[in-house]
Design a protein. Sequence first.
Length: 141
Amino acid sequence: MDLGNWDTHFAQGGALGLQANLIRDLADGLAAFYADLADYLPQLSVVTMSEFGRRVGENGSLGTDHGHGSMMMVLGGQVNGGKVYGDWPGLQPGQLVGPGDLAVTTDYRDVLAEICQLRLNNPALGDVFPGYSPVFHQISQ
């Protein structure tokens, strides 16, 4: 599934505004999906991710430009939730990459590989992610 219109480079707002509304729509949709499938939670795995991150600093039009550090969320009955997995590099200028990007600390393939193997019972990770050796982070029970 896809929830579009996240390519916001201007007037994103803070706790209120365009970005907050998008986050609320996503949260409400995930909460409703989770509630509707309550009887199937042990079999449920949902991954939410973006193909790009955002710069740390605001641009001249009160938005943020594309960056490369991002995040993923995993939802499901067998997820070790309530945690942030990965390393926090910090927001100081010396901790950022290039002109204001968060550092990537966890490869998205690590998360997807763990779900493929442990949740989908597909151990053929070399076929799914050719040439990549995933690192598991214990997101699944």
